[in-house]
Design a binder for this molecule. Sequence first.
Ligand SMILES: [Zn+2]
Length: 275
Amino acid sequence: MKKSVVCMAALAALSMSAATAAAQTKSGVDKLYILNCGEGVAGDISRWSPGVNVGKSMDFVDNCYLIHHAQGWFLWDTGLADAIAAMPNGQAPPDPRMTHWRRPKTLASQLDALGVKPADIKYMAVSHTHPDHVGNVEMFPQTMLLVQKAEYEWPGANGAPRFKPEHPATKLQGDHDVFGDGSITILSTPGHTPGHQSLLVKLPKTGALVLSGDAVHFKSNWENRGVPSGNTDKEQTVASMQRIADLLTKEKAQLWINHDKAQRDTLKMAPEFYE
Ligand SMILES: [Zn+2]
């Protein structure tokens, strides 16, 4: 009698630890693709790090990230408008210190090459509403947009709304676990804009990544904690950078900086992927 009780207790303990192990390995994310969402030349990078490298230009890139989860596809940022691909000289900026963008490939063609239709994308999120990040939101009219309330309600030029009112949207107030399993988490990192957000992704083999959005623009900008002159809030910007730095340590995560060409040149682009 006593022996069977012990035996049952041992069995229960065993099945519990097996269940725990299964829960720990069950991240629904299995693939992350980096898509080319623009290339350009920044006229004067001191615009992003005041006082540093004044007058120096730098090649920039603009990325979108397509992530596959067991529950569906997730798109992070939509890049420059695909229409720019048809402009022979790209899109010149209003201020020559800013970025002259080109679009060597459309987002539509890259999704098509992967066999992904816009309607297949269950959720999308944009880091913020600058044109090099929201250029193709309306390519996905049925996709649920995950955006900070502060960004959604931030008045655009002449008070215009940032998004079409009919586009399905969830207005967030802080961090958000997209699929409820901790594999993709939107991080509230305001400062560049009122409702700027970054993304924490936990891939089964690659490990944890933080996708910067424009919380930082390039490596030296990160290292000197430069606050771009055009940011909406300096203190929030510095706090968000510190928050990301702390998270990188805690999660042993890599920081992938959206516009950093030197870094992106070391990474695999679609159709190759990270798992
Ligand atoms: Zn921006």
